[in-house]
Design a protein around this ligand. Structure first.
Ligand code: ARG
Length: 581
């Protein structure tokens, strides 16, 4: 099977080569969907300038060499020199039949690259908030998509498991007792634990034995490798991990403990990172701190912004760790492409880290490195989503509420189903709706969190797409048919059949685009269009009650391909496909 746009591109390109010489054979033929045909090739317009000829003449020359008789039933020059291309119905049917037989429903396998993918990365002993939810959901979708395209995705959960807050967290853990209910909070509501520690720290007296002083001493002990302190630290991290895993399980995210590569992983090499940068003359001591000054990073009063890699007290920070991380991903993980799915406000941090790593020779030009910037999730008031009291929204509570609300919808729409089945659908729909909300908008834009909108059964929502595939399941169920056994005999005669088949043929190219541009919302937009095309199809083309047996077979085959595209597409987004809805 083939993506029509790609097939036409290749054909027009060979015509360009034949008409104007081999150096024109890789000119972009500018194939676009057309109002007057299926596609139009607009290459003549740009080429005319380059050749100093009239666009109409250029298209005439292309036409002379264009060989598409097996693909198109009509080819016409229109307007200033567009070439309108209308596909043959038998070609569309043939291609769709190939799709029916293809377990990958048209998605190619690409040349395998090693791709460390940094996402989720919450901070230990602090609640994962909606921002982390979005980096988790978008990152996981990219992981699934790149893997499906044939790549070796190396998930890297760069959790915040090191740094000064651990002093106060460890002291607090000691005070409340490791076996206490308060310590248990770490696995259910870690932010509450963090807040209590913080409050103690902030209200602590100045005395040598007060909480704050002990917390500071604890940081020193931790960095010095004191065994008992390390044990307590490991316990804190372990309890947090229990919490993260609960969230991941609830979300259906593919991250496991094996993917943990937190900040602490790099402790042993931070001194070496600093030494090497200093030896290479890239870092210099300024006001007691070891800094990298980079061209092009200028702050207020025209002062260069330093990347601080060792503080004046000798401590290392977030930037040092990330430098070690880049080096590790290139040297040890053999990265071809490195991706960071992290909040947009960290853009400057990454630019500086990469520029430094390039200078140091740790990041060769051949390795593509990208910050997939994640925008904020806002509340109804246009500010970052918070609870009414102003606290960060608890992720677990948010997910539970989504499932509860979905349960109400399911109970209303499907009272015929048993309680257990209703609950399972509610879980799939509630979680799917929240995830899809993150995936249906461009990852770098802000959006407003709105339960009613994301749970709606119409519009570009998770439930709408879930319903589209459930409806196909129900057609097959009603017909007493098996969805998994491919059927033959696809013919494309009605306009609605043609539209559906053409849409299905685009799937592979869309998935490739998501992998190249790192934009899952393109897949969402495609699936939404497909679901709408399906709705129009049902209106014009009854399936089980089609006028002839041949049409019935053909339509069943068409919707079974649509089913597989929907389920595969939802799976790449990380959204489940319920049996019933
Ligand atoms: N823990 C950080 C945060 O919560 C995100 C880490 C992202 N990854 C990285 N390599 N810096 O903001």
């Amino acid at each position: 099977m083939a993506d029509p746009q790609e097939v036409l591109s290749r054909r027009v390109q060979s015509a360009l080569g034949a008409a104007f010489g081999p150096e024109f054979a890789d000119t972009d033929p500018v194939i676009r969907p057309s109002q007057f045909a299926d596609y139009q090739a607009n290459a003549a317009l740009a080429l005319a300038k380059r050749l100093g000829r009239k666009p109409r003449e250029v298209s005439a020359a292309i036409m002379e060499h264009l060989d598409v008789a097996d693909v198109c039933r009509a080819v016409e020059v229109s307007g200033p020199g567009f070439i309108n291309l209308t596909l043959r119905e038998d070609w569309i049917a043939d291609q769709t039949r190939l799709l029916l037989e293809d377990p990958r429903v048209g998605v190619p396998v690409q040349e395998r690259l090693d791709i460390p993918l940094d996402y989720s990365a919450p901070n230990v002993a602090k609640e994962m908030h909606v921002g982390h939810l979005r980096t988790t959901v978008v990152g996981d979708s990219l992981a699934r998509t790149l893997e499906f395209l044939g790549h070796n995705v190396i998930r890297q959960n760069h959790i915040g498991d090191w740094g000064t807050p651990f002093g106060m967290l460890i002291e607090h853990l000691l005070e409340v007792g490791e076996e206490s209910a308060e310590a248990d909070l770490l696995t259910s509501d870690p932010n509450a634990f963090y807040q209590s520690a913080r409050t103690k720290f902030d209200s602590s007296g100045p005395g040598a034995d007060d909480f704050a002083a002990r917390a500071r001493r604890r940081v020193v002990a931790l960095q010095g490798g004191d065994e008992e302190t390390l044990r307590l630290w490991r316990e804190l991290v372990g309890l947090s991990r229990v919490y993260f895993n609960k969230v991941y399980a609830k979300l259906g995210v593919t991250l496991t403990d094996d993917d943990l590569a937190g900040e602490s992983t790099y402790n042993a090499v931070l001194a070496d990172v600093c030494d090497e940068l200093e030896a290479k003359g890239i870092a210099e001591v300024s006001e007691g701190a070891l800094c990298v000054f980079l061209e092009g990073f200028i702050g207020r009063e025209d002062k260069p912004v330093p990347l601080i890699i060792r503080k004046s007290d000798g401590g290392y920070g977030y930037a040092t760790t990330d430098l070690a991380t880049v080096r590790h991903r290139v040297e040890d993980l053999k990265a071809d492409r490195i991706l960071y799915v992290v909040g947009a406000p960290q853009a400057m941090h990454f630019k500086m880290v990469w520029a430094t790593a390039r200078k140091a020779g740790w990041l060769p030009d051949g390795v593509e490195v990208t910050h997939v910037q994640i925008g904020n999730v806002l509340g109804g008031d246009g500010k970052i989503l918070r609870t009414r009291s102003g606290a960060p929204v608890r992720l677990m509570a948010l997910l539970d509420e989504a499932v509860e609300r979905a349960a109400a919808v399911v109970a209303e729409n499907r009272p015929d189903l048993g309680a257990e089945e209703q609950a399972e659908i509610a879980r799939q729909v509630g979680i799917g709706a929240v995830k899809y909300a993150d995936l249906s908008v461009s990852h770098d834009t802000e959006y407003t969190f709105d339960f009613d909108r994301m749970l709606a059964l119409t519009g570009n929502t998770g439930p709408y797409l879930q319903y589209a595939q459930a409806r196909i399941r129900s057609i097959f169920r009603k017909g007493g048919l098996d969805l998994s056994s491919p059927r033959g005999g696809i013919t494309v005669s009605e306009g609605a059949e043609r539209d559906l088949a053409l849409k299905l043929l685009e799937f592979g190219a869309v998935v490739e685009q998501v992998g190249a541009l790192l934009q899952p919302h393109r897949l969402s937009a495609y699936l939404f269009e497909l679901a709408q095309t399906l709705t129009a199809f049902y209106e014009h083309c009854p399936v089980l009650t089609a006028p002839t047996e041949a049409e019935r077979e053909s339509r069943l085959a068409l919707v079974s391909v649509a089913f597989r595209v929907l389920v595969q597409g939802l799976d790449l987004l990380g959204v489940e496909a319920p049996e019933h809805m």
